[in-house]
Design a protein around this ligand. Structure first.
Ligand SMILES: Cc1cc2nc3c(=O)[nH]c(=O)nc-3n(C[C@H](O)[C@H](O)[C@H](O)COP(=O)(O)O)c2cc1C
Ligand code: SF4
Length: 473
């Protein structure tokens, strides 16, 4: 198999910021990013040597499906794909009397700045496969699909290799560990569209249709793939399942907070000295994350603002109130933003707010699936206005116009993608309206030049390539 090249080096590369060179002071042991502790964990023999597939064997041979669902409920595991919905509760919605049922692993990971699932896919695939076997058993699904973004060629082939290894050992296929449970697993490569990470658009795409979201309800748990009950879970969510069943809900709850238990793999990119993925116990502060794990802002600069949960999230700024926020779903929601896909994008004082907002909205315009007018037209007009300001042709009326466009989109788009395009608008106007005004009045960037966003993780082949530091100016 070909070797993938990571610009930052992996694992523990000098610019990468983790591995034995930089021990993680917040965790004694990695859970999701276990490859850090055991670099060969992606190979089935090493995975088994560390107890891998033993939990699935025990669960399938000694536990009732309902007992697995109960333990996951007790653990308080919340979906790691964005919304943070309790996983056990979602599994509980699956009707028992309808067959077949499906389990889908959402490995699309297309949000700019987000590359945490990728590390699991590339370096610890057996933990998510074992999680899928156990989750399939728990909900009664006998077929699983891993939906992965098409460009992630290495990840897709690595998953296929790991699946073959699991079939060879008899951990996938028929009558697993002598039980009556059959489970087949397939990798499905998408064609590369951010919207196909949204669970219903993903299901449309998996069915061979154009990737556009479906109206909810019905939710996938009731009518999902081929209109049958379907669980859609994120890579990291599923990778947590074996450890929860092996060590128990109380152990899982010993990490994190009451309402956000466990750990979270978080990607950090932009103007920090040590970009990369880090696993944290939920609840450490944004300040600890940026300054202790990612080693702070590059020399000679100060933090200006940050996007805490992938490009969709509302921004936070350089105030104690924002920096001392615990990284949990509820604490971020209380400040009007979100943990989202678990990606922090950090921008320093060299960043032009107009250029940054335009860049983020260009992404949403490009990725709008076109199904509904407020998003299709709204993202187009937002970019037009940002471009006008950026290119020195801004008008005084552009600030209220941006505001109005945002209002016309919020609450009126068919799915969350369109609303996400309003995040940079609302955030920039809330925190940096003076800078935008100056940009308009001067007909150029008040910082002296137009500074585009640093190259944050983009979905190009390997998301890791994007975590590189921008060159110092
Ligand atoms: C535009 C959009 C893109 C999304 N992309 C992803 C993704 O790449 N991976 C993911 O797990 N969830 C993504 N989600 C969230 C999924 O719709 C869904 O909530 C999630 O996969 C459920 O898994 P969980 O319960 O384990 O979090 C996206 C949502 C939206 C609205
Ligand atoms: S909000 Fe955007 S991405 Fe979502 S359905 Fe409408 S056009 Fe498509």
């Amino acid at each position: 198999m070909e070797t993938i090249r990571y610009e930052n080096g992996y694992p523990g590369g000098p610019a990468n910021g983790y591995g034995s060179e930089f021990p993680n002071p917040f965790l004694t042991e990695h859970i999701v990013l276990r490859n850090r502790d055991y670099p060969d964990i992606g190979q089935i023999d090493e995975y088994m040597r560390r107890g891998g597939y033993e939990v699935a064997r025990k669960a399938l041979t000694t536990m009732q499906p309902s007992a697995i669902i109960d333990e996951v409920k007790k653990s308080g595991l919340r979906g790691r794909g964005g919304a943070g919905f309790p996983t056990g509760v979602k599994w509980g919605f699956i009707p028992k009397d309808i067959t077949p049922k499906y389990l889908v692993c959402n490995a699309d990971e297309s949000e700019p700045g987000t590359f945490n699932n990728h590390e699991v896919i590339d370096f610890n695939p057996h933990q998510m496969i074992e999680g899928m076997i156990m989750s399939g058993f728990a909900v009664g699904a006998t077929t699983g699909y891993i939906y992965i973004r098409g460009e992630y060629a290495y990840g897709a082939r690595n998953l296929e290799r790991a699946i073959r290894e699991a079939y060879d050992k008899g951990f996938l296929g028929q009558k697993l560990w002598g039980t009556d449970f059959d489970f087949d697993l397939y990798v499905h490569r998408g064609a590369g569209a951010y919207i196909c990470g949204e669970e219903t658009a993903l299901l449309e795409s998996l069915e061979g249709k154009i990737g556009q979201p479906r109206l909810k309800p019905p939710f996938p748990a009731v009518a999902g793939l081929y209109a049958k009950p379907t669980v859609v879970n994120n890579v990291e969510t599923l990778a947590n399942v074996p450890m929860i069943i092996e060590r128990g809900a109380d152990w899982f709850r010993s990490y994190g907070t009451e309402k956000s238990p466990g750990t979270k793999a978080i990607s950090i990119s932009g103007h920090v000295k040590r970009p990369g993925n880090f696993e944290i116990p939920l609840g450490i502060t944004m300040r600890q994350f940026i300054y202790e794990l990612a080693d702070g802002i590059r020399d000679g600069h100060e933090l200006k603002f940050l996007i805490p949960g992938g490009a969709s999230a509302n921004w936070l700024i350089n105030t104690p109130e924002h920096l001392d926020l615990p990284l949990t779903w509820d604490d971020l929601a209380a400040k009007g933003t979100m943990l989202g896909s678990g990606a922090v994008v950090v921008l320093d004082d060299s960043t032009c707010v107009v250029a940054a907002s335009m860049k983020v909205d260009e992404f949403f315009k490009h990725e709008s699936c076109g199904k509904c007018t407020p998003c299709r037209e709204g993202t187009h007009f937002l970019v037009k206005v940002w471009e006008r300001i950026e290119h020195g042709k801004g008008r005084a009326s552009d600030i209220p116009l941006l505001n109005d466009l945002g209002k016309e989109m919020l609450g009126k788009c068919f799915c969350p993608l369109g609303e996400s395009a309003v995040s940079p608008v609302a955030s920039a106007l809330k925190y940096f309206a003076d800078e935008i005004r100056q940009h308009i009045e001067l007909g150029r960037c008040p910082l002296g030049a137009s500074h585009p966003m640093p190259h944050v993780a983009a979905a190009e082949g390997s998301a890791y390539t994007g975590a590189a530091m921008p060159p110092a100016r």
